[in-house]
Ligand binder design. Structure first.
Ligand code: F6R
Length: 263
């Protein structure tokens, strides 16, 4: 696990995007991105869009797979992840909408939709770079505490904490859906590279558990300790409860130039 501590949230976005751009350049224009919604990756995606527009990153044939989608709101709802991904990923990065996939939380047969989503990821050759945020309860995707560490795309019930955290996007907490479709932890772990971004003091406890705590379904993000190419990019506030914060800073400051993300 590579842990990069940045001075502020803006820098988190720049560093995460630069890291992803370097990986994507090595893979080529057919790179397959795994994309998250929520506040955390917004700056990262904006920076990737800037790089693509400036001709510094070729996403012309890229595909994308979203982590999750609510069940119980209409596809056209401004908070549906179909809409959020269109606004934060597809349009700004100039991706072909036909190659951008979001779990079908509006399907009559949700189990079949989940199986089809797994098949679509496999047919695309798997995810090359998976972007993740982190829930205050340790979830990645919507894999809430006690999710199976080897789970696949499926329907989940949102934790009360998640509904509270996401109430800021809705008129009231009553409007926050109770269910979702989410890639499983096993699905996420199959991605070849993972980049998790987190900022702010509200994420400090979850970040410390994910990086330095035991691998446990009670903090689902801790499964990333088993991933061979996981990078965690955080700001000082999110790093506040890390026992090894100084070690991570020293490690990054002394990386050989060829390993460091250049900005
Ligand atoms: C979003 C997702 C979630 C969020 C997490 C953090 O697609 O899967 O895991 O990444 O809830 O949300 P923010 O970034 O809004 O704090």
């Amino acid at each position: 696990m590579e842990v990069i501590i940045c001075p502020n949230a803006h820098r988190v976005g720049e560093v995460a995007a630069a890291k992803a751009a370097r990986i994507a350049a090595a893979i080529g224009p057919k790179v397959v991105l795994g994309v998250a919604t929520g506040s955390s990756p917004v700056q990262t995606f904006a920076e990737l869009a800037r790089l693509a527009k400036a001709g510094e990153l070729d996403l012309s044939q890229a595909s994308a797979f979203a982590l999750d989608e609510y069940v119980g709101i209409a596809e056209g709802h401004p908070q549906s992840y179909h809409q959020i991904i269109r606004k934060t990923v597809t349009e700004p990065m100039g991706l072909d909408p036909a190659r951008v996939h979001v779990p079908d939380g509006f399907a009559d047969d949700l189990a079949t939709a989940c199986a089809a989503y797994e098949e679509a990821i496999a047919a695309a050759g798997g995810v090359d770079i998976q972007f993740l945020g982190l829930g205050t309860n340790g979830h990645i995707g919507f894999n809430e505490p006690t999710s199976s560490l080897s789970s696949r795309t499926r329907i989940k019930t949102l934790a009360a904490r998640t509904r509270q955290d996401n109430a800021r996007f809705f008129a009231s907490i009553e409007d926050v859906p109770r269910h979702c479709l989410t890639q499983g932890l096993g699905t996420i772990m199959d991605a070849r590279h993972v980049i998790l971004v987190a900022t702010g003091s509200g994420k400090a406890h979850a970040i410390a558990q994910v990086i330095e705590g035991p691998i446990t379904a009670m903090f689902p993000g801790s499964v990333l300790q088993l991933h061979q190419q996981a990078t965690i990019v955080i700001d000082e506030e999110a790093a506040a409860e890390l026992a090894l914060a100084e070690y991570f800073k020293q490690t990054y400051a002394n990386l050989p130039d060829w390993q460091r993300v250049s900005l």
